[in-house]
Design a protein around this ligand. Structure first.
Ligand code: FES
Length: 583
C-alpha cells in the first residue's frame, strides 16, 4: 500500500542519496531492515511516539501510530516510528514538570539527528504534547501533532464523571467524612475507564486544543474521544498531510508565528483552559524566539469571551464538546478576533479552514455564541502587585465569585512538607476567611513546580462546611482542579521573591477585577525580611539532570524552559543537521 512517489526532500537524500561511504553505509543498514531503493527515495516520515506502559493516557498510541503509517504510505512516504520519553502525569516522581524539558530535548535531538523529512508527533498526557511541540519547534523540521484524544466520560451511580476534577471533588468529601471508603474504592474503577487523556478541559485537553489553534494539528482533531474510530481516521489523514508538508518543507516556524500564538491564547481564554497552558505556550514560543509576556495573556483575556462550558470551570466534558463541534466551532465564534492569514498544517490559512465550519445552534449550552458568552472575559487572569511583581495566574472562571475580591490574614506553610505536616492539625490557627500561603513550591524550590497549588482545605474547616479559600503559592495546579487558587507567583520564594517574606498574620489582598495581589506590609519591611531573614533553601540536586534543571530553569512567566534552549529567530535553521560525509 503505497502512493505515487513524491520527490525526495533534501534532508533524507543527504543520508541515503550520496555517492560516499556514509550514504553507502546508510543504505546497507536500511536494506538490512528490509527497505529497498524505492522506499529510500521517498520522503521519510518519523513517527515520534510517546507510547508507554507507564503512561495510561498514551497507551492508545500504538493503534494511532499504525493509522498514521497507513496515511504516510497512502501519500507515498516512508513511515518510521521511534520512541521518545513519555511522562504519565500521576506516575512520574517527583513531578512530571521537572522532566518536560528533558522530553523536549529528547524530541528535538532525535528529530535533528535522524534522516527525517517530517515528523508526526504523538502525544497525549499533560507534558508530552508541549514537550513535543517545544522539541519540534527547535528542530524545525516539518511536523504535525496528533494526540490520543480524551477518555470517555467516567460513569458512577448514574452520573457522568470527569478525571480528575471528580477525583479531587470526591477526595475532598472523603476527607470531610461525607463519602465512604467503599464509594472511593468503587470510584477507582469508574473514573478513567477508556484509553485517552483526562476528559475535562484540563491541561491535556487544553494543550491538544491549542495545538489545533496554533495550526499544528488538523482541525477538529483535539476533541475526538480516544476510543472513537474517527480518531484513527484523523491519524491517517495526519499521516497523509505530513508527506505534503515534508515535500513542501513547511516548517513549524512557518506555522507557529507570533500571530498564531495570539490565536492560541485567545482560544485558551475562550475554552476556560488550564493555567498550565500559560507556562507551556511561553516555553514553545520561546523556542522560536517569540515572547508571550503575561501582560499579553491578560490583555487578550479581557478582550476574549469565555465560550466553552467545560469542566472544571463549566459543566460538560470533552465527549460533549466533540459533539458540539470542538475547537473549530470555538474558533468560528472567535473569527473576528483571530489572525486569519496564518498558515496551518492543512496547507490552508486559519480563515480558509474556518470557511468550512458551520455552527449548530442546538449545542449552544456547550459552546456559547460570541454575543451571548458564558462571561465577557476569558477564563484566566494575570495578577501583579507587591506579592507577585513578575506576575501570578488565577483561573477565575473556576474560582468562588465571592472570593475574587478578598482581604485576609496569611496562614503560611514554608514548604510542601510543612503543609503536609500541619494542614490537618486540629491546633492549626486558621479560619475560613484566612489566606493559605505555601512557599518553596516553584520551579527551583520544589523543585519542578509541582501541581500542588490547590492547597487542601484544613480538615477542621472542611468539617464546618468550608469548601474554598484563597490559596496562594508559586506552584502550579492540575488543569482539572478548581477553587480560588493563585498560582505561579513570580519570582518564586526559593529565589528570594516577596512570597518568601510572608509571615503568619500578614494581611494579603486579592483583587481579581483590578488584577492586583498585594502583601499589605510596608515595602521596607518586605525588603528587610528578605535581606535579614530569608535563606536560600538547600538545593535538591547536586548532580545529573536535576542539577542541570536547577542551574538553568527559568521562572514561570518564561515557561520554565532552560535558559540555553530558548531561541532567537536566527537560531531556527531548517535542516540543521546533516550526516558526516565519509569518503
Ligand atoms: Fe494524563 Fe490527566 S493524567 S492527562
Amino acid at each position: 500500500m503505497t502512493g505515487p512517489r513524491p520527490p525526495q526532500p533534501a534532508r533524507s537524500a543527504a543520508w541515503y542519496g550520496g555517492d560516499d561511504l556514509g550514504s553507502f553505509l546508510h543504505r546497507v543498514f536500511a536494506k538490512g531492515m528490509g527497505y529497498g531503493d524505492d522506499e529510500l527515495r521517498r520522503p521519510v516520515i518519523g513517527i515520534c511516539s510517546t507510547w508507554s506502559e507507564l503512561n495510561h493516557c498514551n497507551r492508545g498510541l500504538r493503534d494511532i501510530a499504525e493509522a498514521v503509517k497507513r496515511g504516510v504510505l497512502l501519500a507515498g512516504g516512508l513511515p518510521l516510528e521511534f520512541p521518545t520519553i513519555s511522562l504519565g502525569e500521576f506516575f512520574v516522581a517527583p513531578t512530571s514538570m521537572i522532566l518536560r524539558n528533558l522530553a523536549a530535548m529528547d524530541t528535538e535531538e532525535m528529530i535533528r539527528a535522524q534522516p527525517l523529512d517530517g515528523v508526526v508527533l504523538l502525544g497525549g498526557c499533560d507534558k508530552t504534547t508541549p514537550a513535543q511541540l517545544m522539541g519540534a519547534a527547535s528542530a524545525n523540521v516539518p511536523a504535525i501533532m496528533v494526540t490520543t484524544g480524551p477518555m470517555l466520560d467516567g460513569r458512577f451511580d448514574g452520573q457522568g464523571l470527569g478525571a480528575c476534577t471528580d477525583c479531587r471533588r470526591y477526595w475532598t468529601e472523603y476527607r470531610a467524612g461525607t463519602v465512604s471508603a467503599e464509594t472511593m474504592q468503587a470510584l477507582e474503577s469508574a473514573l478513567a475507564r477508556s484509553v485517552g487523556h483526562c476528559m475535562v478541559m484540563g491541561t491535556a485537553s487544553t494543550m491538544a486544543a491549542l495545538s489545533e489553534a496554533l495550526g499544528m494539528m488538523l482541525p477538529g482533531g483535539a476533541a475526538i474521544p480516544g476510543p472513537d474510530s474517527r480518531r484513527l481516521l484523523f491519524a491517517q489523514q495526519s499521516g497523509q498531510h505530513i508527506v505534503r508538508l515534508a515535500t513542501e518543507r513547511v516548517r513549524p516556524s512557518d506555522i507557529m508565528t507570533a500571530a498564531a500564538f495570539e490565536n492560541a491564547i485567545r482560544v485558551l481564554h475562550a475554552l476556560g483552559g488550564s493555567t498550565n497552558a500559560v507556562v507551556h505556550l511561553a516555553a514553545i514560543a520561546g523556542r522560536l524566539g517569540i515572547d508571550t509576556p503575561l501582560d499579553l495573556f491578560d490583555r487578550l483575556s479581557r478582550e476574549t469571551p469565555w465560550l466553552a462550558n467545560l469542566r472544571p470551570a463549566g459543566q460538560y466534558q470533552m465527549e460533549r464538546f466533540f459533539e458540539a463541534g470542538g475547537v473549530p466551532v470555538v474558533m468560528k465564534e472567535l473569527e473576528p478576533l483571530l489572525h486569519l492569514d496564518e498558515r496551518t498544517v492543512t496547507g490552508r490559512t486559519v480563515g480558509e479552514n474556518l470557511a468550512a465550519v458551520t455552527v449548530d445552534e442546538r449545542w449552544r449550552d456547550t459552546i456559547a455564541g460570541r454575543t451571548e458568552p458564558l462571561a465577557a472575559e476569558g477564563g484566566l487572569a494575570i495578577l501583579r502587585g507587591s506579592l507577585a511583581p513578575a506576575g501570578a495566574v488565577i483561573k477565575h472562571a473556576a474560582a468562588s465569585p465571592e472570593l475574587l475580591a478578598h482581604r485576609g490574614r496569611a496562614v503560611v506553610f514554608t514548604s510542601p512538607d510543612d503543609l503536609n505536616r500541619r494542614i490537618d492539625d486540629p491546633e492549626l490557627a486558621v479560619a475560613a476567611d484566612d489566606v493559605l500561603v505555601m512557599q518553596d513550591a516553584g520551579p527551583v524550590g520544589a523543585p519542578g513546580m509541582p501541581e500542588i497549588g490547590n492547597l487542601p482545605i484544613p480538615q477542621k474547616l472542611l468539617a464546618q462546611g468550608v469548601r474554598d479559600m484563597v490559596r496562594i503559592s508559586d506552584a502550579r495546579m492540575s488543569g482539572t482542579s478548581f477553587g480560588t487558587v493563585v498560582l505561579h507567583v513570580a519570582p518564586e520564594s526559593a529565589v528570594g521573591g516577596p512570597l518568601a517574606a510572608v509571615r503568619d498574620g500578614d494581611l494579603i489582598e486579592l483583587d481579581v477585577p483590578n488584577r492586583r495581589l498585594e502583601l499589605l506590609v510596608p515595602a521596607e519591611e518586605i525588603a528587610r525580611r528578605l535581606r535579614e531573614e530569608w535563606q536560600r533553601p538547600p538545593l535538591a540536586y547536586r548532580r545529573g539532570y536535576g542539577k542541570l534543571f536547577l542551574d538553568h530553569v527559568l521562572q514561570a512567566p518564561e515557561g520554565c524552559d532552560f535558559d540555553f534552549l530558548r531561541g532567537q529567530p536566527d537560531d531556527i535553521a531548517a535542516e540543521s543537521a546533516a550526516p558526516v560525509t565519509r569518503r
